[in-house]
Design a protein. Structure first.
Length: 324
């Protein structure tokens, strides 16, 4: 009897010791990140989109209280975009094309972000059912995620080693990794001047890309909603380029517009949310989504399609013409 009681006591002590250790991990992360005056992150972001995997060098700068600069550079073509948040608002910049969008948005606080430390900590603290396991010297924190425009993403694994976040994997309900963020370095010692987050200053970073003035062929979605089909295709000449209008009819009608980019400096005000569309940052609102890829502007418009269905269509668009 004494042996049984002793065994139970040992098991309970190990259980509570493990719980305490888990609690220490989350408390340490939360305190370090939430109390930081700023930080700098460099890493590699991978996005799995159907059969394609997009890889980006990512550089994040944060200055307390509300200044963010996220640089996303596509490793395949060195195309760079910048998400900027300062006292004036939220912006998505494509400096090489002289284009910028200003958002009426709560970014980055309105959903999960695998590359922002605050959002990772918030996901951890918001999930009362999170689990923490150990594997290969890592503490792996498993939590739910909040991607309202992408219901496919359901949970994530946060890999922590020696109190530092090393990797985040975002998975679907089949446990397939769809987003992977590898943190190569995290520094809390960097200091930033206010103009580091200035709009004009960031628009001067890179102006090397020459946008095309013609579109040789239209590109088409690989995914099509049920009973929906291409009903019309029209090419229109513009003053400095051209536009292709693809009209899809059926149960889930929508219009896809592809046009060459005007590289004259522009600032467009957008009432929508920042979203990774296909291979770049764009925006999505109730009935429209827009993004710029390889010098071509895309607009997907539907008055009846749900946002997650529209995202499926957008993320299936191939840069290689695939026919009607």
């Amino acid at each position: 009897m004494k042996k049984i009681c002793l065994t139970i006591l040992v098991c309970l002590s190990l259980l509570f010791a493990g719980c305490g250790n888990n609690e220490d991990i989350t408390k340490t992360l939360t305190k370090k990140i939430n109390q930081a005056d700023g930080y700098h992150v460099e890493g590699l972001l991978e996005i799995v989109n159907n059969e394609n995997t997009y890889k980006y060098d990512i550089d994040v700068a944060y200055k307390k209280k509300d200044n963010f600069r996220v640089s996303l550079k596509n490793k395949a073509n060195d195309h760079e975009q910048i998400i900027l948040k300062n006292d004036s608002g939220v912006y998505v910049l494509t400096p090489s094309l002289n284009k910028s969008f200003k958002f009426q948005s709560e970014w980055p606080y309105n959903n999960s972000q695998s590359y922002l430390l605050q959002n990772i900590v918030e996901d951890i603290n918001n999930d009362n059912k999170k689990t923490i396991t150990k594997k290969d010297k890592y503490d792996i924190i498993s939590t739910t995620v909040n991607y309202p425009n992408n219901k496919e993403l359901t949970h994530q694994k946060i890999y922590v080693k020696d109190g530092v976040i090393k990797k985040v994997e975002v998975l679907n309900d089949k446990d397939i990794v769809k987003i992977k963020m590898i943190f190569n370095s995290i520094s809390f010692k960097d200091k930033y001047k206010d103009n580091y987050f200035d709009l004009a200053n960031n628009m001067e970073t890179d102006k090397t890309t020459i946008a095309p003035t013609t579109i040789e062929d239209a590109v088409y979605p690989m995914y099509m909603p049920k009973n929906t089909y291409l009903s019309n295709e029209e090419k229109v000449s513009l003053e400095n380029g051209e536009r292709i209008i693809l009209t899809f009819a059926g149960d889930e009608p929508f219009t896809l517009i592809e046009q060459t980019t005007d590289t004259n400096p522009t600032m467009e005000q957008v009432d929508g949310e920042v979203e990774l569309l296909n291979d770049v940052f764009g925006y999505i609102s109730d009935d429209i989504a827009s993004w710029v890829s390889n010098g071509v502007e895309y607009y997907a418009v539907s008055g009846s399609m749900e946002q997650d269905e529209l995202l499926k269509v957008i993320n299936s668009i191939s840069v290689i013409p695939v026919g009607k």
